[in-house]
Write a protein that binds this ligand. Structure first.
Ligand code: ZN
Length: 196
């Protein structure tokens, strides 16, 4: 009887062990599946979030961004006949404050928007017109005198300056004596400052 009892106990233990091992491996497999499903879910969720965020950022950049009262507007005009780029800067007018890029585009329909931030806007266009900022500096009665050159390079008296030519370097004096051509108001101001 004892022998039978031992055999039965061993059989029962063996069966239980086997069953448990099977159960554990099944749980493991199930867990793996659950974990992989979870990872997939998270990836999808992250992917969707990223897309949403990116869209949000693009929207904020392009559509929701509005001009602020301290925004500088730069108007760049390229004059095709003389190849000069004339830049004008100004602050926004009241009616141009708190508008989106789309609204700005409607108001400046002939311009290309090169930059649009709440504090800085740059607009550009090309036109088939002479820039009308061509000058010639001359030496008249010991002072630098400014002439304006028209489209056909004809001179017209523009302004007499208080800058004496006697203190200029030999090189600069020669330039002025021969008539120094300067293009754009910006360059004119810079050149006069250098001679002062
Ligand atoms: Zn020009």
């Amino acid at each position: 009887m004892k022998k039978y009892a031992i055999v039965i106990v061993i059989l029962i233990l063996g069966f239980l062990t086997g069953f448990n091992l099977y159960r554990i491996s099944k749980i493991d497999n199930n867990n793996k599946e659950i974990i992989s499903e979870k990872i997939e879910d998270e990836c999808t969720a992250l992917g969707e979030l990223d897309e949403y965020e990116i869209e949000n950022i693009i929207q904020t950049n392009n559509k929701e961004k509005k001009t602020s009262p301290n925004c500088t507007l730069t108007l760049k005009v390229y004059h095709i006949p003389c190849n000069h780029l004339i830049e004008k800067k100004r602050m926004l007018e009241d009616t141009e404050v708190n508008i989106t890029e789309d609204e700005l585009r409607k108001r400046f329909s002939s311009w290309e928007i090169q930059e649009f931030t709440p504090t800085n806007i740059v607009l550009y266009k090309e036109i088939n017109e002479f820039c009308n900022q061509h000058y010639m500096l001359k030496n008249e009665n010991g002072y630098i005198t400014i002439y304006k050159l028209n489209e056909n390079a004809n001179e017209e008296f523009y302004k007499k300056t208080q800058i004496p030519t006697e203190y200029l370097s030999q090189e600069d004096l020669e330039k002025i004596n021969n008539g120094l051509t300067v293009y754009t108001d910006k360059e004119l101001n810079k050149t006069l400052e250098d001679f002062e």
